[in-house]
Design a protein around this ligand. Structure first.
Ligand SMILES: [Zn+2]
Length: 66
């Protein structure tokens, strides 16, 4: 998924979106990153419930203003 976002020219930033029940490690990653700085998910030390990281990549798309 991350590779696909990176190769999409309309994607300017990769946002890391975190659920309310995510662990502190995941919470610390919340934010928007340049494509080449996007953190690996799930992060090392993740302790989210059920061993499933509650974090997601979200593309930030370039807006075209008239
Ligand atoms: Zn986590």
């Amino acid at each position: 998924m991350l590779e696909r976002l990176k190769s999409n020219e309309r994607v300017t930033l990769i946002r890391v979106s975190v659920s309310d029940d995510a662990c502190p490690v995941c919470f610390s990653l919340q934010g928007a990153y340049p494509k080449d700085r996007a953190p690996k998910l799930p992060p090392d030390g993740c302790s989210c419930p059920l061993g499933r990281a509650r974090v997601f990549y979200e593309p930030v798309l370039a807006e075209i203003f008239p």
